[in-house]
Design a protein around this ligand. Sequence first.
Ligand code: GUN
Ligand code: ZN
Length: 442
Amino acid sequence: MKAYRAAILRFAPDNDPHACAVYEDDGLLVVGPNAQGRQVVQAVGPYQEVRQRFPGVAVTHWPGRIIAPGFVDLHSHYPQTNVIGSPAEGLLPWLENYTFPEEKRFLDLEYSAQSASFFIAELLRNGVTTALTFATSHPTSVNALFQAAQQNRLRLITGLCLMDRHAPADLLNQPAHDGSTDATEQSLLDSEALITRWHGVDRLGYAITPRFAPTSTDAQLRGAGELAAKYPDVWIQSHVAENKAEIAWARALFPASRSYLATYADFGLLRQRAIYAHCIHFDDEDRALMRDTGSAAAVSPTSNLFLGSGFFDYAGADRVGFQYGLASDVGGGTSFSPFHTMLAAYYVGREGQTKAGLSLSPQHLWWQHTAGAARALGLDGVVGNLQPGCEADFVVLNPQATPLLARKTALADSLDELLFSMVVLGDDRLIERTVISQSSQA
Ligand code: GUN
Ligand code: ZN
């Protein structure tokens, strides 16, 4: 067992997003192994009270620091690290001119491995301890990322990008070398082999990953849905309703479905553990479909602002009641920092405020990137919080990290003021250390 003394931020276990932060000025976090040998939170609360219950445990003291749950990033693309900051008129030319050419390079194992190590180091530097992320259409890219995540003991979910049409030929899924399968069939066989190899190994999880409906044939989406039915505890990730031109394209390709989102439902790809990036241009029937299937949105505000895609409608999501959490969407997104993402989400929420009287509180923003995102993944009580039983992934924040942060946080009169100062002024400098849950089997 180990114990850490500092200020501690966590969230009430019932996960009400609006007023659920719990903050201890002088707290103690006690971590120790669970039955599987993984370090989890054993106790948390005011220092004086918790210390009495664990008198023999050595305490590491971080005066002036804040312990907070590791961040959960609901959507990104590890092969797009080099694509950050590539300007384009909108999503489709951005994909064609910048993203697809870069993703082709992940056929190479060496390139994939080097990119995977950099990506994971960048997540950790920014305090992200759980990530759902895209790889490319090359199995090498998936294996490289799982290997790097396993070495770093990160909780990471990824999968082979399914795309069997409407992209450059050398980025599409490939048939078997001996011609025994076509590209579609092979992509599904490869996905299943990767599930068998990686899903549930250490802290790794598999996500069935159709890129988006326009780059898959009906046969590929049908096969992805069948795979999802066969493996109910794997995740599903894709994109939906991000950009007007993309939506028109998807509607033209799948005219029988009621909407772009409904296309995924028609192929069995909406359910719990299905995470759809963007979800901007929805009507209420789409929102109800998200809610009724237990699917969740990965809200990606820096990406949506950078690519001019639009504004996630928080008021609509809350009115109908579907789940969502925050995501960097690197490389459409502009930053690995959860602070930058939370601030962009605040701007987006302000846009909605003028329409619906809604404003996002700093507690709600922080929740969306920790406990709320974990809940969207079906991992509440496992990650994204520091309640007893949660895996001991946490960040140590230094509110003195820059002169302006020190000056501003010292003036905070309330928890909301303190959190807002960090959301607005924070970046990777605020993350003094990132602690990942250890396993005695490691
Ligand atoms: N839609 C399909 N592929 C992508 C992608 O790589 N990034 C974003 N933002 N949207 C997509
Ligand atoms: Zn994306």
